[in-house]
Design a protein around this ligand. Structure first.
Ligand SMILES: *Cc1c(COP(=O)(O)O)cnc(C)c1O
Ligand SMILES: [Zn+2]
Length: 379
């Protein structure tokens, strides 16, 4: 039977319970849910992620909130002779892949009859949650670090959300929203399991676009792992349904300046270590204390993958390179591209899939700075 299940004490709850964490032990929840797939139905439907309707945990079509998300292009991009298939999720309605998770989660919020939510974010999740909330007439309050890119702050407010600017670190913002979440439903992209049942559509689409086949390798960002865990889940579901032969190897990319998971993976630690995080261009994945850290480590390990860390100069140079190919992405998205550059040096002959996670227009200040710090030889 479908249920919310606690990852710590295994207690189960109905999918209709308006909870976002275990009421008995406070643990993180996952969903027990059996998706079904009908290729004929899928191919006959419009190009949004709702074409996988029977695989999405929503009871009634009436509650679907859509802005045309998903079914992004899977474009071949050349990396020094190696072809990598890149999902262009910077072209999602709010400008990042977070729309996948927000569409499912906020549709579910509507289905539950919840009238107001709170969310915290380094920017893009806040934009996505705010977009779908306004679509559904649901009030929302978004908490972000005061240092968040102004473009994202403008976007959140234009969607009509109430914005809270929190001084200090990303972790201070997380603490502030937890206080608010004592009284309001927490539409968290890290805590809330419905979000991951949206990001899993990245896997479904990739599978469909490659001719109903799984690729060999995925190169994905790892902060809170909201895409990575969703992608792993999606391929697990396809494999369990007998529709994909394997789960791709997951290469997880972290910024070297904030890489607690890479450290845990390399040193085979039983928990995610406390780290001194330094500033990074990749603001969107600068997560020092990933909520689902152990899940991420397990997903990467089980897939036969590994972690790659990328330095600031590598992120900057990856960003400049990809813009010169005509793709305009934000610095956080460029961290993944820097990871691709490192991975292709191992000269794999594999089908590799990656993603442009967010649009460059969201981070104009940072993009301008990178322009003025451009090495002269590259001009
Ligand atoms: C959210 C986000 C990521 C991935 O972050 P996770 O914390 O792993 O979910 C990557 N790039 C961009 C642009 C993002 O907004
Ligand atoms: Zn529990």
């Amino acid at each position: 039977m479908d249920a919310l299940v606690c990852t710590q004490c295994t207690k189960t709850y109905s999918l209709n319970d308006p909870i976002w964490k275990c009421s008995s032990c406070g643990g993180v929840l996952d969903l027990e849910f059996r998706p079904t797939f009908d290729r004929n139905k899928i191919s006959s439907r419009p190009l949004t992620l709702w074409r996988y309707r029977e695989a999405l945990p929503l009871f009634s079509d009436e509650n679907i909130l859509s802005l045309g998300e998903g079914c992004t292009l899977l474009s071949p991009v050349d990396f020094a002779g190696t072809r990598v298939w890149v999902k262009q999720d910077q072209l999602c309605p709010s400008g990042s892949y977070k729309d996948r998770g927000a569409a499912i989660l906020i549709s579910k919020v509507k289905e539950l009859g919840i009238k107001k939510v709170v969310e915290d974010s380094s920017g893009n999740a806040g934009c996505a949650i705010a977009a779908y909330c306004t679509r559904g007439g649901i009030r929302c309050e978004i908490f972000v670090p005061a240092s968040t890119s102004p473009g994202k702050l403008a976007q959140i407010q234009h969607y009509g959300a109430h914005l809270h600017l929190i001084p200090g670190s990303r972790e201070d913002t997380a603490a502030a929203v937890l206080k608010a979440a004592e009284t309001d439903y927490y539409a968290s992209h890290a805590w809330n399991p419905f979000f991951f049942h949206g990001t899993k559509t990245f896997a479904y689409e990739t599978w469909e676009q490659l001719g109903w086949q799984a690729p060999d390798t995925l190169i994905l960002p790892a902060g809170h792992g909201t895409l990575l865990l969703g992608a792993a889940l999606g391929f697990q579901e396809l494999a369990a349904a007998g529709l994909a032969e394997k789960i791709p190897k997951i290469i997880a990319v972290q910024a070297a300046n904030c890489a607690p998971l890479a450290a845990a993976f390399e040193q085979e630690l039983a928990c995610v270590p406390a780290i001194e995080k330094e500033d990074t261009l990749a603001e969107g994945i600068a997560i020092a204390e990933p909520l689902r850290g152990m899940q991420i480590l397990r997903a990467v390990k089980d897939s036969g993958g590994k972690f790659i860390t990328v330095h600031e100069e590598e992120i900057a140079s990856a960003l400049r390179g990809v813009c010169r190919q005509g793709f305009y992405i934000e610095p956080t998205a460029a961290a993944v591209v820097a990871g691709i550059w490192k991975y292709v040096q191992t000269a794999p002959s594999e089908v590799i899939v990656s993603i442009f996670t967010g649009h460059g227009l969201k981070s104009t200040e940072k993009m301008l700075k990178l322009l003025s710090s451009q090495p002269e030889t590259a001009a």
